[in-house]
Design a protein around this ligand. Structure first.
Ligand code: SAH
Ligand code: SF4
Length: 344
């Protein structure tokens, strides 16, 4: 039996190829997409509006491709962290963050990450694999709270623009009418800033973009983010400036505030200078310390003062509350390294 391919994660046009190959009617592709992305089924047999013959053929050639979580942890603040198995015995983590007026799913795009930022646990893990579009969306589809999710952020493990094809495919499935029909205004993709790929993302998707900035000074950025050597922030900002961003779309910059490093007046002035001409906001994230890290956590007063200084300088800024720290679900703490990357 040739059961090697997963249906889940295929776009409507890919499903059309499948239905053509199996001699099914044209409209079957839309029906299959409906079963995959608008319902919660566990086997091809449940696609009851397909003919019995079609179902049999489909089930013989394809797997549904869904996998349930293998572990869940709940934080004292209500945040939940799920471990999902992916290809080759590897795992990724996803976090569900309930708030008063929104419920956000933070999902992963890679197992580990190649960029090795000094402050990030996923970076310490190193890169071991890209997720397929199906594996990315499975983190929503197989989430117990799926029906309650209002917003999705691509801010879990990995660098989304290093896995751009699969990320774009997953966004197409999430935002298309035949898929989840989610508004692109409820989805944010976070990137460290990969030149060339930022503009491609802006062209090929309507979702919001968040760029991890962390300091406006090149030498300082280089000291904590090796990416600065290869994809300098200056070039990334140039790329964003060159793009006509429509009013509905949001560009934001993430800015981890460390204990005694990147929240001086000098930083605020430089930020205002380099972001001039880009309609954007800055999300300040108080540093979540890694075990053994020499970087320090900031005082909350310092973060508030920095926010106020930025606002005075004309840079709209907010502070992101840390969630799920006690279960290592907060920004930068996701890692599956202790899973040995691979199951036995
Ligand atoms: N690779 C992408 C997306 C995943 S990281 C990126 O870097 O943007 C998601 C966010 O968490 C990024 O803004 C990242 O800088 C931030 N982050 C990483 N480690 C952190 C830590 N220890 N404390 C607070 N935020 C952290
Ligand atoms: Fe990778 Fe983002 Fe972590 Fe840097 S912060 S190591 S880019 S996941």
């Amino acid at each position: 039996m040739n059961r090697n391919d997963a249906l889940f994660g295929k776009t409507e046009s890919e499903l059309l190829e499948v239905s053509n190959k199996l001699g099914m009617p044209r409209y079957a592709a839309k029906q299959i997409a409906g079963w995959l992305y608008k319902k919660k089924i566990l086997s091809v047999d449940e696609m009851t509006n397909l003919s019995a013959v079609s179902r049999k053929k489909l089930g013989k050639e394809y797997d549904l491709g869904l996998s349930g979580f293998s572990e869940a942890r709940v934080s004292s603040d209500g945040t939940k962290k799920y471990l999902f198995p992916v290809q080759n015995g590897m795992f990724v983590e996803a976090a569900y963050i309930p708030e008063r007026n929104r419920n956000t799913l933070c999902l992963s795009t890679q197992v580990g990450c190649r960029w090795g930022c000094d402050f990030c646990m996923t970076g310490k893990q190193g890169f071991t694999g890209n997720l397929s579009a199906g594996e990315i969306i499975n983190q929503l589809q197989s989430l117990p709270e799926k029906e309650n999710v209002t917003n999705i952020v691509y801010m879990g493990m990995g660098e989304p623009l290093d896995n751009l094809e699969e990320v774009l495919k997953s966004l197409e499935i999430l935002t298309s009418e035949w898929g989840y029909a989610m508004s692109p205004r409820r989805i944010t993709v976070s990137t460290i800033g990969i030149t060339g790929k930022v503009s491609r993302f802006l062209k090929e998707s309507n979702c919001h973009l968040a760029v991890s900035l962390h300091t406006p000074f090149e030498d300082e950025r280089m000291s904590i983010m090796p990416v600065e050597k290869v994809h300098p922030l200056e070039k990334v900002l140039e790329e964003i400036r060159g793009f006509d961003i429509d009013n509905q779309r949001r560009i934001s910059f993430e800015y981890i505030v460390f204990g005694d490093m990147n929240h001086s007046n000098r930083h605020a002035s430089k930020l205002a200078e380099i972001l001039k001409g880009i309609k954007c906001r800055i999300n300040l994230i108080p540093y979540n310390p890694l075990p053994g890290s020499t970087l320090e956590e900031p005082y909350s007063e310092a973060v508030e003062k920095f926010r106020d200084t930025l606002i005075k300088k004309g840079v709209f800024s907010t502070i992101r509350k840390s969630r799920g720290r006690d279960i290592s679900a907060a920004c930068g703490l996701l890692s599956t390294k202790n899973r040995g990357d691979r199951a036995e």
